[in-house]
Write a protein that binds this ligand. Structure first.
Ligand SMILES: Cc1cc2nc3c(=O)[nH]c(=O)nc-3n(C[C@H](O)[C@H](O)[C@H](O)COP(=O)(O)OP(=O)(O)OC[C@H]3O[C@@H](n4cnc5c(N)ncnc54)[C@H](O)[C@@H]3O)c2cc1C
Length: 411
């Protein structure tokens, strides 16, 4: 694994940093005000058009269709770019590199028919519309997807969708929902579910209420509770094959997890800078706060942990590129747990150093604190990933376990 950026990636890193400094950070407070309202700022389209013109568009999609606007990058190449975008929450949208649209694009690129591509994938790749993926349900433990209760019933040339979902990112602004539900009770558990595309304006789609997490909503794509009340869609809206629901969920969740981790590392870098600035400028009991060992240790530990998390994430991206998602399952689960924990610890330290202000709306620390906590739950709670890591851990071989040099038998 080569940690140096190729000249092409270094060029994109420089370009992206300059773009962030020029187009995004000077208007950061407007971005944040809009984000607190669950929106993007009015000028988002103007910024997106500039990013597109400068070749900073659709950088996150390794299976980008060849005719789509944007660069094809490997996961390893995308990692430092995602991190730069992640330094400021909301900015990935400027580059069409944001959740939930990117994982949805990756899923559509994998399975969409040519009609579905024209109707849904192309406008998403162009940044013209937004999308939602609706799996989680309030009434069942949704970290186990076999529990999903939504029904997708074949009726003549249509499917009829009935169920209730919640915590669906971007549900309010999405033009369409990719809904997971049961199509065949008698199939093997992994083939019971399918995904259908439900246009947001279909009769029977009912937005119920926003579902912020610890009072925080994803900038521009707040999560909502949503009901599908006997919603009729044509059979051609099935994504992939009948019974593909689980497989498609995996196609989507792999990149979703990896990109969240890459961006979180960028946000940790912002937090470390904020901690330093604040500790340098405030005095307590006759000393600057950054002169206290306790403060220095908090910052030093954050640096160690960020760099560890980055190395693990880059190595995961590298395995993904070399061997694909199946081979990288353990690494993906490892970064999902490790990065979320690091992010949460660093957000907590930043909050402590800022004092009361850290919990106010005046800094992005509150956002980081909520989001880091959410990251330990969405796209699979920690426990599910820890179980996966354990299961995939190579088991010790017989000769090793039996070797008297390694394990002494009790006398
Ligand atoms: C901000 C945010 C955005 C989200 N966006 C979306 C979205 O766009 N689309 C979507 O479909 N969903 C979305 N979700 C939902 C998210 O994916 C689910 O919350 C997650 O999968 C967990 O499901 P659950 O909440 O039903 O928890 P449950 O499945 O009820 O799990 C609760 C707890 O049970 C324990 N547990 C579960 N399994 C195990 C196990 N195997 N071993 C030990 N303990 C276990 C864990 O402590 C776990 O946290 C979002 C959630 C949040 C917070």
């Amino acid at each position: 694994m080569d940690l140096a950026h190729s000249p092409r990636v270094q060029g994109l890193v420089d370009q992206l940093e300059a773009f962030m400094d020029r187009e995004i950070l000077p208007r950061a407070s407007i971005w944040r005000e809009a984000a607190l309202e669950g929106q993007y700022p009015d000028f988002i389209r103007e910024v997106q058009d500039k990013a597109k013109r400068e070749g900073l568009w659709n950088l996150a999609i390794p299976n980008l269709p060849m005719d789509a606007p944007g660069e094809r990058l490997t996961n390893t190449e995308f990692a430092p770019l995602a991190e730069i975008m992640g330094r400021f929450m909301g900015s990935p949208k400027a580059f069409n590199c944001h959740a939930p649209d990117v994982p949805n694009i990756i899923m559509l690129a994998d399975a969409a028919s040519s009609d579905q591509r024209r109707l849904w994938l192309d406008p998403l790749l162009n940044g013209d519309i937004q999308s939602a993926f609706a799996m989680t349900e309030p009434s069942v433990a949704s970290s186990d997807a076999t529990n999903i209760q939504t029904r997708i019933k074949k009726d003549g040339d249509d499917f009829v969708v009935s169920g209730r979902k919640w915590y669906i990112s971007g549900a309010k602004t999405a033009s369409f929902h990719m809904v997971m539900g049961i199509t065949d009770d008698d199939a093997a558990p992994s083939r019971r579910q399918s995904v259908v595309i439900v246009p947001a304006d279909s009769p029977g789609v009912r937005l119920i209420r926003p579902t912020p997490f610890l009072g925080f909503s994803e900038p521009g794509a707040p999560a909502w509770e949503i009901a599908f009340e006997d919603v009729r869609v044509p059979a051609r809206n099935l994504l992939g094959e009948m019974g593909d629901g689980f497989r498609l969920g995996q196609v989507r969740l792999g990149p979703a997890r990896v990109h969240h981790c890459m961006r979180a590392i960028g946000h940790c870098e912002t937090l470390i800078q904020l901690m330093q600035m604040r500790a340098r400028e405030r005095t307590a009991f006759g000393k600057n706060i950054d002169e206290y060992d306790t403060t220095q240790h908090m910052i030093a530990r954050s640096r160690i942990e960020i760099d560890q998390a980055r190395l693990l994430t880059w190595s995961c991206a590298w395995v993904l590129d070399q061997e694909g998602f199946k081979a990288a399952r353990q690494q993906v689960s490892m970064i999902k747990v490790a990065v979320a924990e690091v992010y949460q610890r660093i957000a907590d330290r930043a909050l402590q150093i800022f004092g009361a202000m850290g919990g106010s709306d005046d800094t992005p620390i509150r956002d980081a604190f909520s989001w880091a906590r959410a990251l330990r739950i969405f796209d699979g709670p920690d426990e599910v990933h820890l179980r996966q890591i354990y299961r995939l851990e190579p088991k010790p071989s017989e000769p090793l376990a039996a070797s008297p040099q390694i394990l002494k038998s009790p006398a």
